[in-house]
Design a protein around this ligand. Structure first.
Ligand code: SF4
Length: 289
């Protein structure tokens, strides 16, 4: 890195400036940005605050977590090929090789973006923030070309990478991982992540996957964590969808909670935050992707 860029990095503290500095670094290294994708397609969002809206989904490869309930284990490793829908919603996929250069992905997204069809672009995975350096270059371009809001779905455990793309996001759905359900523990990172989103005035919600094994004490701790940032941040409890082939990916069986459990948990969490909604994965009911 050039000395000039190093000096600026030391001085600048806030998240937006970090993204600007990243651009400077990329420009100097002349690295051609590429991404490892799983698929690009148009569908109805089935989870969280944007449920029912039409989105262009960009599903990135790679994930550094191993949630017991994961329904996308095919995203964990870098795929050699990706599936790209030609026409929005028609499932007329082409197969392309990875990694994908930035201008090609722009082309594919623009092809999907028919007038007035989509409400937003969903960055999903895997963990999209593992592609933060790529996104820091991709997002400003795709925003200005499509004029669509950018929605990030994330495990909420990488606040540093979030800082690189913060200026280009409109909304964030942050998974809060419960140790008893996901096998992952990220309380400190989740709190920091949520605070960054809130301070940046992004539309944000928290999604928590719950199963019969969910510990009420963890839900109470989750609600307190969210309330410490803002009582107005909505929480979505999402009953786990049982995996079709659980033993293939996880040794830990996950079972959907009982009706009594979700009623009790909602009441418990509403002591701390204003909105706790219970919604299963509706895209599975609608046969969406
Ligand atoms: S973060 Fe998402 S993609 Fe990664 S293991 Fe968990 S559920 Fe699967």
């Amino acid at each position: 890195m050039e000395q000039e860029a190093k000096n600026v990095l030391v001085v600048v503290q806030n998240q937006c400036d970090r993204a600007a500095i990243y651009h400077l670094m990329i420009a100097k290294t002349r690295v051609k940005p590429t991404a490892r994708l799983v698929e690009v397609f148009s569908a109805i969002q089935g989870e969280g605050l944007n449920v029912g809206t039409r989105q262009i989904f960009i599903r990135f490869g790679l994930c550094d977590l191993r949630c017991h309930f994961c329904d996308s284990p095919h995203t964990w490793n870098a795929p050699s090929m990706c599936k790209i829908e030609r026409s929005p919603g028609l499932r007329d996929f082409e197969i392309h090789s990875n990694p994908v250069p930035l201008p090609i992905l722009i082309e594919w997204v623009e092809r999907q973006n028919l007038p007035s069809l989509h409400d937003s672009i969903s960055l999903t995975g895997g963990e999209p923030l593992l592609h933060a350096p790529f996104l820091a270059q991709f997002l400003p371009i795709v925003r200005s070309l499509t004029h669509l809001p950018i929605y990030l779905e994330t495990g909420g455990h990488r606040p540093e990478e979030l800082g690189l793309i913060l200026p280009y996001l409109d909304s964030v759905g942050m998974d809060l991982k419960l140790p008893s359900v996901s096998g992952e523990t990220y309380w400190t990172e989740h709190k920091k992540f949520l605070q960054i989103c809130f301070d940046a005035n992004l539309e944000i919600f928290v999604k928590i996957i719950v199963s019969q094994k969910t510990e009420p004490a963890e839900l109470e701790r989750s609600a307190m964590l969210v309330a410490a940032v803002s009582q107005d941040i909505p929480i979505f409890l999402q009953p786990v969808t049982p995996l079709a082939d659980p033993e293939k990916f996880s040794q830990v069986p996950v079972t959907a909670p009982t009706p009594d459990q979700v009623l009790g948990w909602q009441a418990l969490m509403k002591q701390f935050v204003k909105s706790v909604r219970v919604i299963p994965q509706t895209h599975k009911m609608l046969n969406q992707m």
